[in-house]
Design a protein around this ligand. Structure first.
Ligand code: FAD
Length: 389
């Protein structure tokens, strides 16, 4: 009889785990997601500046299911009970032989965060950002502040790259409309040197880009609260803004606190290098849900989520085969991103030995668009041009 694997979450990690497991005929795989689509977050940065649409950024899970042959259940997971091998959703209680938890993360809620909008939260919020940007364009000008924060309890739970990308894309969008002079753009972050995890060379290059584009900086001052009229800092200073796009630090999913999973102080699931959840023999976690162990500059990223998912899936296969051999995700930790600017991009890469930022004017932007195309095609068909790690 085939073993039943439940995969929780239809993001990069969950989809990758389900695809990988279906390469082996010995499992029945059910993926549960509260959305009926995979959201391609990396290309969603263009929604507010009308470089793409919400619909073009979604990959229907039905298309992925059809290509790879697993089951999809669109439902809200409410509780995970590892002790009795079951998962409670809004409408079912399901049992499993193996479980992969990949429901992503949630965001911290600093005071007044409701006065900000984020491109890293619910996908539909990108449409609200677009609407607010359009309204400022209609008005003829305004002040836009863009920033991100961290989580003092987990240095990997920070997402700064998309904030830089958004800012550079807004700048490009305004220049194309020849109204850049009517807008004041300011980038803010509580760290002295935001983006440090990309490497010191990359930080210098990004700061040079902000300067060259006339984008103001407010670095190194902690945020006290957000107000309808802007950002208030702990030193009493204020940044006036008509639109604040802010990406808070991440925290563990609230579902985990209702479950019997071992958690870090920041609320992420404790796993070992194989992806196995501590204290269990048949529960794995992958992607943003998991606490990532590694160098201080490690970051929760989409490609790492996929590596962790493949690792978990392969280790389940080995467990079933009775093999003692296991894969580990730790040796694959790196930072890899194409930081888009609207009219080009920079390739950022860091691993244990190298740090680099390679400017890719014009072609970089199209490389990122090509990645978006490939991400969709590789998930909705069996086409794989790139080697699997
Ligand atoms: C704007 C933006 C740009 C980014 N750019 C890059 C980039 O260029 N390169 C890169 O490597 N990374 C990038 N990232 C990071 C990357 O997108 C994340 O690391 C990645 O999405 C994590 O994948 P995941 O599957 O762990 O979580 P998610 O993608 O968050 O997926 C979680 C899934 O779980 C589902 N879910 C949540 N709660 C429940 C529940 N209770 N019940 C059922 N289902 C649930 C969600 O609907 C979703 O399908 C970016 C992120 C953002 C926000």
């Amino acid at each position: 009889m085939k073993k039943h694997v439940l995969v929780l979450g239809g993001g990069f990690a969950g989809v990758q785990a389900a695809i990988e497991l279906r390469r082996y005929d010995r499992f029945d795989v059910t993926l549960i997601s509260d959305r009926d689509y995979l959201f391609l977050y990396p290309t969603s940065i263009w929604i507010p500046t009308r470089g793409t649409t919400l619909e073009r950024t979604k990959v229907p899970l039905e298309d992925v299911r059809r290509a790879h042959g697993f089951s999809v259940l669109v439902d809200d997971v409410r509780e995970i009970r590892t002790k009795d091998r079951s998962v409670v959703t809004a409408s079912h209680t399901l049992t499993y032989d193996y479980l992969i938890v990949a429901v992503g993360a949630e965001k911290l809620t600093p005071p007044g965060v409701e006065h900000t909008l984020s491109i890293c939260g619910k996908p539909e919020v990108s449409l609200d950002v677009r609407e607010r940007l359009d309204a400022l364009l209609e008005k003829g000008g305004g002040r836009i502040a863009v920033g991100f924060g961290g989580n003092p309890k987990d240095s990997s739970a920070v997402r700064g790259g998309p904030a830089f990308e958004f800012m550079f894309n807004v700048d490009h969008h305004l220049r194309r409309r020849k109204v850049r002079g009517n807008f004041e753009l300011t980038f803010f972050a509580p760290m002295e040197s935001p983006g440090e995890r990309m490497g010191s060379g990359a930080v210098r290059a990004v700061n040079a880009m902000l300067n060259a584009k006339g984008i103001g900086r407010r670095f190194g001052t902690k945020i006290a609260s957000f107000r309808p009229e802007g950002v208030l800092f702990e030193d009493g200073s204020h940044l006036a803004a008509d639109l604040v796009m802010f990406i808070p630090g991440s925290s563990g999913h609230s579902l985990f606190r209702r479950s019997d999973l071992p958690l870090t102080e920041a609320g992420f699931i404790r796993i070992d290098d194989t992806g196995l959840v501590e204290g269990t023999t048949n529960v794995y976690a992958a992607g943003d849900s998991a606490a990532i162990d590694g160098p201080p500059w490690r970051a929760k990223q989409g490609h790492l989520a996929e590596v962790m998912a493949r690792t978990a899936a392969r280790n389940i296969v080995r467990q079933e085969e009775g093999s003692r051999e296991r894969d580990g995700y730790g040796r694959h930790i790196n930072i890899l991103c194409i930081m888009d600017t609207g009219d080009g991009a920079a390739l950022v890469y860091r691993d244990a030995r190298r740090q680099m930022l390679v400017p890719l004017p014009v072609v970089g932007h199209w490389l990122k668009r090509a990645w978006g195309w490939y991400a969709r095609v590789s998930k909705t068909s069996r086409l794989h041009l790139l080697p699997r790690l």
